[in-house]
Write a protein that binds this ligand. Structure first.
Ligand code: SF4
Length: 286
């Protein structure tokens, strides 16, 4: 499933639930940013490139009850026993106490992203990202993590046989990690807005290696460009991230239409989630 949610520029951003809020009211993470200018191959062509370390507040990260319960297989809005609601609430609070979130965001040119996307050469022949990024207006790589403490706590809870809390804590952490990806989208959207590089029709969506034909081994090249080890994030030999509750990928910015595609890729027939449909639906509704 693509790791993305719909987001429009021009002063509006989509919330996790699909509604809209101003960027200010979303509590966009305070950036430590620097911009610099690159001179491209002798032509008088200058591009402002952004690299930024992201910090996040607890309020930014707090997942909703529905998001956490959905990770347990419970559809949004379904009533559950009071003990389950209490367990969910406790797990969210505990997870937020332990989390030490950090992120990094790097704007990238199309030629450089073509190299990142090529990765180890194991992608499917045709994929949504491969078809979309050549039509993008702007691109950025991102990675963010909840920190090692969250992974340690999940392990401790399972090992101490507190299985109900362990599973709920794990679900809360997964929901918060998704939120990190949304916040990276918001930050890049804000940067483009501040630099007059958006249009009212511009949409911002994120995609990750390991989904929809972009092979998980693509993480290696992405990490080579982004260097998320500066926020304590590394890659295992399997290309899974360490700590596990982390997100990474590319943020693709462009007209809404480029993010809308049919489920006609060969691998779509085996897809159980069809998560791209919800994303495209959110873009259309915005
Ligand atoms: S249907 Fe295809 S494009 Fe959509 S989420 Fe599934 S694999 Fe990805």
């Amino acid at each position: 499933m693509p790791q993305c949610s719909g987001r429009r520029l021009a002063g509006r951003t989509a919330t996790a639930g699909g509604g809209c809020a101003t960027q200010q009211s979303r509590g966009v993470p305070a950036p430590e940013s620097r911009c610099y200018t690159l001179h491209s191959r002798g032509r008088l062509c200058y591009t402002v490139i952004m690299i930024e370390l992201l910090t996040f507040s607890t309020d930014d990260l707090r997942p909703s009850r529905d998001q956490v319960l959905q990770n347990q297989g419970i559809p949004a809005g379904v009533a559950v026993p009071a003990e389950i609601d209490a367990l969910c609430s406790n797990a969210i609070d505990l997870m937020l106490e332990i989390a030490a979130p950090a992120g990094v965001l790097l704007e990238i040119s199309k030629p450089d992203f073509a190299t990142v996307y090529q990765g180890q050469g194991q992608n499917e022949a045709s994929t949504p990202v491969g078809d979309i990024f050549p039509r993008a207006e702007n691109l950025a790589l991102f990675a963010a993590t909840l920190g090692q403490g969250v992974s340690r706590e999940i392990k401790n809870l399972f090992e101490s046989n507190d299985l109900a809390l362990a599973a709920m804590f794990d679900s809360a952490a997964s929901a918060a990690a998704d939120r990190l990806g949304e916040l990276a989208e918001i930050r890049f959207a804000e940067f483009l807005d501040q630099n007059g590089r958006n249009t009212p029709e511009t949409c911002v969506l994120r995609y990750s290696p390991g989904y929809c034909g972009w092979h998980i081994s693509g993480q290696k090249k992405l990490f080579e460009f982004l260097h998320p080890e500066q926020i304590g994030l590394t890659l295992r030999d399997s290309s899974l991230m360490e700590p596990l509750k982390s997100v990474s990928g590319v943020i693709i910015v462009g007209p809404k239409e480029i993010h809308s595609f049919p489920m006609s890729y060969p691998f779509c027939s085996q897809c159980e989630t069809r998560g791209c449909r919800e994303r495209i639906r959110m873009l259309s509704a915005d």
